[in-house]
Write a protein that binds this ligand. Structure first.
Ligand code: GDD
Ligand code: MN
Length: 369
């Protein structure tokens, strides 16, 4: 362990997003220390309040080593936004992002720094240039997925990049500071976000490395992360005209209508309930599905869990109950007066509920930032 404060302010700040990586923190710090000898550096771990005690582990090391810091965020989740907040918390002229699970090879950091000092806009740790590899760190399915995503991303990029899906890169702090207000900050692909937001061809240096297998902990990549990837591309392709949260809203709303119609058919057709009762049941089913999906997807970054989840659900039911009553009332009237058939009246009522759900969701239930 080092015994004194560094003689020089950091030249390189390594930003390390972490979620449930307690066992990887100490080994990673030791590796950085070995590989960055001779470069004044610091490391900022950005932890989203991991339940496994990651933050305590970082602070245990930080208490003895002033180069190590812990930025703990509460009530938030997200790899990309963690990286952005890490960037904005440092003063070093060069910043890097690196995973906190030892899958990225820290040994290439000096070469990445040299590349940017020599004029590159960004240095990317790349699995897909001569000398790089990903085989050991990925399952076959994950590799195929990553490959498909990379093809899509490459098609949108103004600069050819072999590994646009990399989560390991280094650039000047000035550049991220300038781009920060326009980054979407959603999902996993912070590099892609930066490359697409820069809006001009960048001088890219790709440095090969072998993506290592994970030894401790588990990957956080899941189906929602993939959805967010699609959202990021859509957002950037539309020039930001379609905000990501709205896309998620619309998708969840669409699914809610499907749930509603299925439930209506089931309750009315199969169970033989009257229209009012069936529409109530269908509304309830759609409301529950919307709450669950919005919590998983639309408000992933402010996701409710534990007691807050139940409080949110009850609140959601309560406020939506007003909308639902109006919904059933109007739909029933439409049917009874013979204005619309069951299907159309049900859909009209459902639509009303979905719009109401949107408004309530973003303001009262999740309080999205
Ligand atoms: N703060 C924070 N918040 N950190 C997170 C979150 C989050 O919500 N989700 C993941 N992380 C951290 C993990 O703890 C890990 O240090 C790092 O981000 C990468 O997450 P993994 O879950 O290990 O992702 P992966 O190995 O499947 O994919 C990674 O490597 C690929 C290859 O470089 C990602 O970085 C991909 O973006 C990258 O393409
Ligand atoms: Mn990983």
């Amino acid at each position: 362990m080092p015994d004194a404060a560094p003689a020089l302010p950091a030249r390189l700040a390594v930003i390390i997003p972490v979620f449930n990586e307690a066992a990887n923190v100490a080994p990673l710090v030791a590796r950085l220390e070995a590989t960055l000898a001779g470069i004044p550096w610091e490391a900022v771990f950005v932890d989203d309040d991991s339940p496994d005690g990651t933050a305590a582990e970082i602070r245990r090391i930080a208490a003895r080593d002033p180069r190590i810091r812990c930025l703990r965020r509460v009530g938030r989740r997200g790899l990309a936004s963690a990286c952005i907040e890490g960037f904005l918390s440092v003063a070093a002229p060069f910043v890097a992002v690196m995973d906190g699970d030892l899958q990225h090879d820290e040994a290439i950091l000096p070469a990445m720094l040299a590349a940017v000092q020599d004029g590159a806009d960004i240095a990317i740790g790349s699995r897909h240039v001569e000398g790089g590899s990903a085989a050991s760190g990925f399952s076959a399915a994950r590799f195929a997925l990553s490959d498909a995503g990379a093809r899509l991303a490459r098609a949108m990029l103004p600069t050819p990049v072999a590994d646009p899906m990399s989560g390991f890169f280094l650039l000047k702090r000035d550049m991220v500071e300038a781009l920060a207000p326009r980054l979407t900050g959603r999902g996993f692909k912070i590099l892609l976000d930066i490359l697409l937001t820069a809006g001009r061809p960048l001088r890219v240096a790709e440095i090969p490395y072998g993506f290592r297998a994970r030894e401790h902990g588990a990957s956080k990549l899941d189906a929602t992360v993939l959805l967010e990837f699609g959202g990021l591309l859509l957002d950037k392709a539309s020039g930001g005209a379609v905000p990501l949260r709205f896309v998620a809203f619309a998708a969840v709303g669409g699914l809610g209508v499907v749930v509603h119609m299925l439930a209506l058919g089931l309750l009315g057709g199969l169970l033989g309930l009257g229209f009012g009762a069936a529409q109530w049941g269908a509304t309830f089913a759609a409301m529950t599905a919307n709450f669950w999906l919005n919590n998983r997807i639309t408000y992933r970054d402010a996701r409710l869990s534990g007691a807050a989840l139940w409080r949110g659900l009850v609140l959601f039911y309560l406020v939506c109950g007003i909308g639902a009553a109006a919904n059933v009332g109007i739909a029933t009237l439409l049917v009874e007066d013979g204005v619309l058939a069951w299907g159309l009246a049900g859909a009209a009522g459902a639509l009303l509920t979905v719009v109401w759900n949107y408004a309530v969701s973003s303001t009262l239930v999740w309080r999205a930032r």
